[in-house]
Design a protein around this ligand. Structure first.
Ligand code: ATP
Length: 593
């Protein structure tokens, strides 16, 4: 499907419900066009009446006694026609402005809702900046085009149709001659538009990448400063910026070239009409006078003929950006949603076990990451997953709450495949403390309540106490009402980690997953986090991904993963006795600690 068809489908989807507003606009624009077409004839008539009146008036014998009655009436009609034109345009602009505001508002909400339904895969594969650009510059381009170009499109189409009617009413042969150059103009326009479309597509994708780069550099700013990489960062920026500049320039050139080309076509058209009209005057059946009058009228039409096309082509850059914007926004809209079974089973905790059975998984086809992984977690057990970096530990976690689905094999809770549970029910039972805890704008209390917004304050405090963060919160001037925001990043990594543990405790999950919760913090905080983790894991089925082996010494089972395959399983003592990979890892770590 071409971009144009795609954009057509997209705009139809969002604009069809405003059919009545469009109908009103079409009626109003038709009124305005009729007023514009008719008004000059009244001006002509007014001049004619004035001339007649003056001729009578200058001769005392014929000087009329009455006033300028007919002349005045004609002028009033002329004025009324212009007022009719102006007010129709004004009202239709208001109607279209309302449609634009509401429809782009709906697009924005639709896109945001979609983001909440989309698979994690999409976010892993696209930079934050690129996704953000679809919400900002792409939607802005759509808004601008709807706001400015829509009325122009209506006007141009109405003008064009009006002109065709008038031309054919006057003389069919000359009308056809005036239109003769249209196919050539269409071929040129199609070629230039294709080129411009490609350039603008590239421009928007380049802007997405530039945003992605800026976003990455902002996130990693401390890293850049620490390593003295500011110059390299600027160089990288310049590289992306150059790409945007070059694609924007070529987009502008191709979009901009269309208007002069159409002006050239208009001149050519006028020449064709003069040439053919003169031939008609010399060889046709019309009297020379009538033929010349026809030529004059059609020269006028020939110049007007390309006017609507030119005003559309002058907006072409904007329209093309809106077509590209629609493609990029639609790309997000067409992403597959998370798969939630139609009659998903309820899930109320774990009665016996969670089993990972012979699971094979790949993020991208042809590159398998997990090769037949099997792990059993009995209710209330703590199972730890260890292994070198890139061995697939986080991947296993990604499968447990269905961020991704397995390629083959299955994950079951009490014997039922997790794909059969209602997705929300499954997630309500699986709590995750991620490596990089995220706090949201709001108060500390709001942040702890995130998983259960209805939780009473005493439960929030209880969760914070279990997570060993209550004392710290109470030491802040505004305690639980302290505002957390992007600009006010006053918490350490460890404190954030503890708050996210408190958040998870509050949701009371049946299965708890802790992903390297102890990395990146000092030893005191680590001890705090360890205590908080012990609290939260007490009597709960939990799955811990850890790098520091001393945090999992008392795990019921330790699973060692290497290159996506389980190479050892057992408790700490059994694995030490086995004297394999785990034992080596443990001894190495002990030397360093
Ligand atoms: N979204 C993704 N798309 C494609 N490949 C991925 C994705 N996430 C991870 N991988 C690949 O899968 C493999 C396992 O990654 P995973 O994050 O599960 O390892 P890990 O054992 O958790 O590593 P670490 O200890 O460093 O966190 C790696 O080769 C990684 O490059």
């Amino acid at each position: 499907m071409t971009d144009l068809q795609n954009a057509g489908r997209y705009y139809w989807h969002y604009l069809k419900k405003y059919w009545f507003g469009f109908l009103v606009t079409i009626v109003l624009i038709s009124i305005s066009t009729a007023c514009i077409v008719i008004a000059p004839t009244y001006l002509g008539r007014a001049i004619e009446e004035l001339t007649q009146y003056l001729q009578l008036w200058t001769n005392p014998a014929t000087r009329p006694q009455d006033s300028f009655g007919a002349f005045h009436t004609t002028l009033w009609i002329y004025l009324a026609l212009y007022l009719g034109d102006a007010s129709s345009i004004f009202i239709s602009s208001l109607v279209l402005a309302r449609i634009t505001a509401y429809s782009t508002g709906t697009m924005r909400v639709g896109l945001f809702r979609k983001m909440q339904r989309m698979q994690v895969r999409y976010f892993d594969a696209h930079s934050d900046g690129d996704i953000l650009a679809r919400y900002t510059s792409d939607l802005d381009n759509i808004f601008n085009a709807l706001n400015q170009a829509l009325i122009e499109i209506f006007l141009s189409v109405a003008q064009f149709i009006g002109l065709l009617i008038v031309m054919f009413a006057q003389n069919v042969t000359m009308a056809l001659v005036t239109m003769a150059s249209t196919p050539v103009a269409l071929v040129i326009a199609a070629y230039v538009m294709k080129k411009a479309g490609t350039a603008v597509n590239r421009q928007q994708d380049d802007i997405g990448q530039l945003n992605g780069y800026i976003n990455e550099q902002i996130t990693g700013q401390k890293m850049i400063i620490t390593n003295g990489l500011q110059q390299d960062s600027v160089k990288g920026f310049t590289r992306y910026n150059d790409r945007v500049r070059s694609s924007a320039l070529s987009g502008q050139i191709w979009s901009g070239i269309l208007n002069p080309l159409m002006q050239g076509m208009s001149l050519l058209n006028t020449a064709i009409v003069i040439f053919f009209g003169s031939w008609l005057a010399l060889n046709g059946s019309l009297s020379t006078g009538a033929a010349l009058a026809l030529v004059v009228v059609f020269v006028n039409y020939a110049q007007q003929y390309y006017q609507p096309i030119m005003s559309l082509t002058s907006l072409y850059g904007m329209i093309q950006l809106a077509i590209t914007g629609a493609r990029r926004v639609d790309e997000v809209r067409n992403q597959p949603d998370e798969v939630n079974p139609a009659d998903g089973l309820p899930l109320n905790g774990i009665q016996h076990d969670v089993q990972i059975k012979d699971v094979h998984f790949s993020y991208n086809p042809g590159k398998e990451i997990l090769h037949g992984v099997s792990i059993t977690l009995h209710k209330g057990e703590m199972v730890a997953l260890v292994g070198p970096t890139g061995s697939g530990k986080t991947t296993v976690m990604n499968l447990l709450n269905r961020f991704y689905d397995v390629d083959s094999g299955a994950i079951t809770i009490d014997g039922t495949d997790i794909r059969r549970f209602d997705l929300h029910a499954l997630r309500a039972n699986v709590g995750i403390v991620l490596q990089d805890p995220q706090l949201f704008t709001g108060t500390i209390a709001d942040n702890i309540r995130y998983g259960d917004p209805t939780a009473a304050m005493d439960r929030v405090i209880d969760a914070a106490q279990q997570a060993n963060i209550h004392d710290f919160i109470m030491s802040l001037p505004q305690q639980y009402e302290t505002t957390v925001s992007d600009e006010q990043n006053i918490f350490s990594a460890g404190q954030k980690q503890l708050m996210s543990i408190a958040r998870t405790i509050l949701t009371n999950p049946a299965l708890l997953i802790l992903d390297e919760a102890t990395s990146n913090v000092d030893t005191v905080t680590e001890a705090n986090i360890q205590a908080a983790m012990d609290n939260v894991m007490q009597g709960r089925t939990s799955f811990v991904i850890a790098h520091r082996l001393k945090t999992i010494l008392n795990a019921d089972k330790i699973v060692v993963l290497k290159d996506g395959t389980i190479i050892e399983q057992g408790n700490h003592h059994e694995l030490l006795e086995e004297n394999g990979f785990y034992a080596e890892l443990y001894h190495n770590q002990m030397v360093f600690e």
